[in-house]
Design a protein around this ligand. Structure first.
Ligand code: MN
Ligand code: MN
Length: 296
């Protein structure tokens, strides 16, 4: 990794850490999801970075991929367990980090569990580590505290303008040949639950990503596809960002693009046993002494 790339990863990480720390303070009973997320994204762009993906706010049994649309009036409840997950990018170098805010102290223990699982995993981000060992470490830490890891969510390798590049970083013991190499950049993200330890997709879709150019007739759909490819760098985007197309037209455009396999859809993910979910995530550069870029 050259110096400029390294500096950009560090810069993106610092911005992400600072924004997430500020965003946490906005998670209070009665606040709207939309305000929290729009202010979070504004802080990222005000800091001179780009959004690597829509910021998400996944509450209670929702594990991931929830980002409010413009008409979303949902508010934080008195006892909610709230996961904030953000992606920050500086010249294609990504920082991916998440935190959980427990308004109900009953879930503080599940939250510390996921944080200690993450800390143990980060120490293993050294050249030569088999990623199955990272999964085993996360799993045993979470199980030892009486919770379940979510088996079908995992961390991932980051590369320039790519959130998921190469292999996954499992949250359970896995038999794999995938091995870490110096200067790989990883997002490690354990999830713990008191439910089944499994997520399922629910119908709601608020996040999309460019796949490929396809012959599309609807002008609005062609416009959305062009934005997806160039403005959003083929990275995840939300229709909330597209305000110059009417909501109804935008809906048909997205549907047509998805039907033509021009864009990928990320459904909202919910714990299959409706358990409460906690998550922690950091980005780390693989070195003999791992460099966690997203610490405050
Ligand atoms: Mn994330
Ligand atoms: Mn991630």
């Amino acid at each position: 990794m050259d110096n400029t790339t390294y500096d950009n990863y560090i810069k993106a990480g610092h911005i992400a850490a600072r924004v997430l720390a500020d965003a946490r303070k906005k998670v209070v009973s009665g606040a709207t999801y939309l305000d929290i997320i729009q202010q979070t994204e504004q802080m990222i762009t005000d800091a001179g970075a780009q959004l690597a993906c829509p910021s998400t706010i996944s509450v209670n049994e929702i594990a991931a991929h929830y980002t409010p649309l413009l008409n979303d009036t949902s508010t934080i409840g008195d006892n909610d367990v709230v996961k904030l997950d953000i992606g920050v990018m500086v010249d294609g170098c990504i920082a991916d980090t998440a935190t959980t805010i427990c308004l109900d102290p009953a879930y503080d223990d599940m939250n510390s569990t996921v944080k200690s699982a993450l800390e143990k995993a980060l120490k293993l981000a050294t050249p030569g580590t088999n990623v199955g060992e990272i999964g085993a470490t996360i799993e045993s830490e979470i199980i030892s505290k009486g919770y379940r890891p979510i088996v079908n969510l995992s961390g991932h390798v980051l590369s320039s303008y790519e959130l998921h590049s190469g292999f996954s970083i499992p949250n359970i013991k896995t038999d794999t040949k995938d091995t870490l190499e110096e200067d790989m950049v990883l997002a490690i993200e354990p999830f713990a639950t008191d439910g089944r330890g499994l997520i399922k997709e629910i119908g709601k879709i608020q996040i999309f990503r460019y796949i490929a150019q396809r012959p599309i007739r609807l002008p609005a759909a062609r416009k959305v596809l062009a934005l997806a490819k160039t403005k959003y760098h083929s990275m995840p985007f939300t229709p909330r960002w597209i305000t110059d197309i009417s909501p109804l037209m935008l809906d048909s455009a997205l549907r047509q693009l998805a039907d033509s396999n021009a864009i990928y859809m990320y459904p909202v993910l919910k714990e299959a046993g409706a358990g409460i979910v906690t998550q922690a995530e950091h980005t780390v550069i693989v070195r003999d002494k791992p460099v966690v870029t997203t610490r405050v």
